[in-house]
Design a protein around this ligand. Structure first.
Ligand code: ATP
Ligand code: MG
Length: 331
């Protein structure tokens, strides 16, 4: 029995969460869900976007499922606060083309491992006499743990190559350390192929030969940009899951936001949330269950009969979820 924190959030968050939990009922695992609040609706009721109770619940369960929150300008972001509190230093974004969806390529399958705590997003920024400066912080410790995660992940998921992405020719000191650390960590993984590219070249290669990538590890800003480029390669916000992982906790969420424009209509695509639960199952080392769930999802997308409007269909969120659940039961 796994204890799972469930944070539905705002907008379509609760809709896709309901769909994903409904599908999970058909897995062979047992879950104990603990509901927790965050986001703008929570702010209106409690005066905070993320209550302490939500943070401590997330800390003390096996994993957290997160829908989406609306962040109002001026409010502190619930999800960023949560990522910091749990020290979720990895942002993991799979880039995978699924048949039946609008992809630029039909044979892409790689993962971006982005460092999520420092780099140019360290939050150290100040005004100067005639402008402002932001500090790009790269530590050996954070570089080492993100590179180690990338190699461990590659090993566990039977991937063969890890690519480090940096700009060490210009950012000689910061990315010098990142690159050096990458090769040092790599010595412990002699069976995995290595390469490193400059970030600008990588941005091009992702378009010209995305099939060559397997696991990509990089610093915060570069990872942010390349992840969205990756999302563009395989088309559609409604399809893309993500994982935020730390030493003790994992949080799984769709890449899309709360989509206020379609909230309440019951037409949100549940795929990204369902695939996020798939990433959670992998994190819990329930590989077989994860694979079965992904297969069910892939079948529904490939058949294209019961899919939401953003995928060209006319099914509702729950109709699509029912179809995925049906396939999962049949497997
Ligand atoms: P937020 O501020 O919460 O990020 P947003 O307005 O930026 O909200 P997103 O959720 O980022 O909205 O979505 C951007 C666009 O993509 C919207 O038009 C939205 O309707 C669409 N979209 C996002 N997620 C889905 C989904 N799961 N299914 C269908 N369409 C979606
Ligand atoms: Mg958005």
């Amino acid at each position: 029995m796994y204890k799972i924190t469930v944070i539905p959030g705002d907008g379509i968050g609760p809709e896709v969460m309901e769909a994903a939990l409904y599908v999970l009922e058909a897995s062979n695992l047992e879950f104990d869900y603990i509901n927790a609040k965050a986001g703008n609706e929570c702010f209106k009721r409690t005066g905070t976007t993320i209550p302490d109770g939500t943070i401590s619940t997330a800390k003390n369960t096996d994993a957290t499922l997160f829908g989406a929150v609306t962040t109002v300008p001026g409010q502190k972001s619930g999800i960023i606060t949560l990522r910091r509190a749990l020290d979720l230093y990895v942002n993991l974004r799979p880039v995978k083309s699924y048949e039946g969806t609008q992809c630029l390529f039909d044979d892409v399958d790689f993962v971006i491992v982005r460092e999520n705590t420092e780099g140019l997003y360290s939050g150290v920024e100040e005004y100067t006499e005639d402008g402002a400066t932001a500090l790009r912080v790269i530590t050996r410790k954070a570089s080492e743990r993100i590179c180690r995660f990338a190699f461990e992940y590659a090993t566990k998921t039977q991937r063969r190559k890890v690519t480090a992405v940096h700009k060490a020719n210009v950012l000689k000191k910061t990315d010098g350390i990142f690159k050096e650390t990458f090769y040092k960590v790599a010595e412990n993984y002699p069976n995995i192929k290595l390469e490193d590219f400059y970030v600008d070249a990588t941005a091009m290669y992702l378009i010209t030969r995305p099939q060559d990538f397997d696991v990509v590890v990089t610093t915060n800003l570069f990872g942010d940009i390349l992840s969205d480029e990756g999302a563009g390669l395989v088309g559609g916000l409604g399809l893309i899951p993500s994982a935020n992982i730390g030493e003790k906790n994992g949080l799984f969420e769709p890449v899309h936001g709360s989509a206020p424009d379609i909230a309440g209509k019951g037409i949100a695509n549940p795929s990204a949330m369902i695939l996020s639960t798939c990433m959670m199952l992998n994190y819990l080392e329930e590989y077989e269950e994860a694979q079965k769930l992904e297969n069910a999802m892939v079948t529904v997308l490939r058949e294209g009969m019961v899919v939401t409007p953003d995928l060209g269909g006319s099914a509702s969120t729950m109709e699509m979820a029912r179809e995925v659940k049906k396939k999962l039961k049949e497997s």
